[in-house]
Ligand binder design. Structure first.
Ligand code: ATP
Length: 301
């Protein structure tokens, strides 16, 4: 079942800008879905629409298989979120912050200890939240979002501004939540590298349009398809002629000759032919586009 699904979701701001255009988002239950796109792509607008923070204009939204219109309050009770800056009282400690919300949500008092444990903030004692590091603030915000035991967590750029260690901690925490608590996570980011080790699924949005949606493996497969072999030799011109005579079409680049991926036996035969023809082979390399460049390719096509 899809935990979140939108059909032709569209949002036009009063300025006339279409921030979200006919978006079909599918977040599978139990997945960690990375919602990626450059600044201004429409990620926050989409997440706000899901959470009812912006009034839906056109299209459909269903969460946990139910239309958001049927029972918005009931559905959102099962969703935790951090959108834009987390709402934390700086003059209160972690426990005091959580106590305020525990009373509002009317969840069991022991849940405070549980969420503090989950986000690893149990030992902050009398320290006021305003003196927390950004990473700690982000973890407290996550604890707040988890207080009412949601089945779905929606996080808008939770790694924004964190240092590499903070990013690592956040990743560890989200992985733990997905595995131990079975929570579905929808997380937005504009940097693929920050979430590629975390997510199971990816949706890439650009100028309001979904330009890729699928498993992380399918994105990696796309990466594999854009990989190539590079030969560097003592005479690339002659090497290119030789390859062409073997029906392989090389593309010269500044570092040598690029050819499509071939079986390893073929690589050995090409190498043998080059050597027989007195062309020295300096390097044979498999060049893989990194996921980040695939991301830019998808956005720019
Ligand atoms: P970022 O990573 O910078 O937060 P984003 O992908 O979350 O970007 P949105 O904040 O959803 O993008 O913005 C999408 C587009 O809608 C942008 O061009 C933005 O300028 C525009 N936009 C967002 N909020 C408003 C608003 N309240 N009024 C008018 N235009 C808006």
């Amino acid at each position: 079942m899809n935990c979140v699904e939108t059909a032709n979701l569209t949002h036009v701001f009063s300025s006339g800008e279409t921030a979200v255009n006919e978006l079909n988002l599918s977040v599978e239950e139990g997945s960690i879905y990375g919602f990626l796109g450059p600044n201004g792509a429409g990620k926050t607008t989409t997440l706000k629409l899901l959470l009812g923070l912006l009034k839906k204009q056109r299209g459909e939204i269903s969460i946990f298989g139910e239309s958001i219109e049927a029972d918005r309050v009931g559905i959102l009770k099962r969703v935790g979120s951090i959108i834009e800056s987390p709402s934390i009282y700086g003059h209160l400690t972690a426990v005091e912050n959580l106590r305020v919300l525990q009373k509002i949500y009317q969840c069991p008092k022991q849940r405070i200890e549980e969420v503090l444990d989950l986000v690893d903030l149990r030992t902050t004692g009398s320290k006021k939240a305003r003196n927390f590091s950004l990473g700690m603030k982000q973890r407290l915000a996550t604890a707040i979002a988890l207080l009412h035991s949601p089945r779905l967590l929606i996080l808008d750029e939770p790694t924004n501004g964190l240092d590499p260690n903070g990013i690592l901690e956040m990743r560890k925490l989200l992985r733990k939540l997905a595995h131990l608590e079975g929570i579905t996570i929808l997380i937005s980011s504009h940097i693929l590298a920050e979430i590629e080790k975390l997510v199971t699924h990816v949706g890439i949005i650009n100028r309001g349009n979904m330009v890729f949606q699928g498993t992380l493996e399918s994105l990696v497969e796309q990466q594999e398809r854009s990989s190539y072999l590079r030969f560097s030799t003592s005479d690339d011109h002659r090497a290119a002629e030789l390859l062409k005579s073997h029906k392989i079409e090389p593309i010269p680049n500044e570092k040598g000759l690029a050819i499509p991926l071939v079986e390893k036996e073929t690589v050995a035969r090409i190498n043998e032919q080059l050597v027989i023809n007195k062309i020295d082979v300096y390097e044979i390399l498999k060049v893989r586009s990194d996921l980040e460049s695939i991301f830019f390719d998808v956005i720019n096509n």
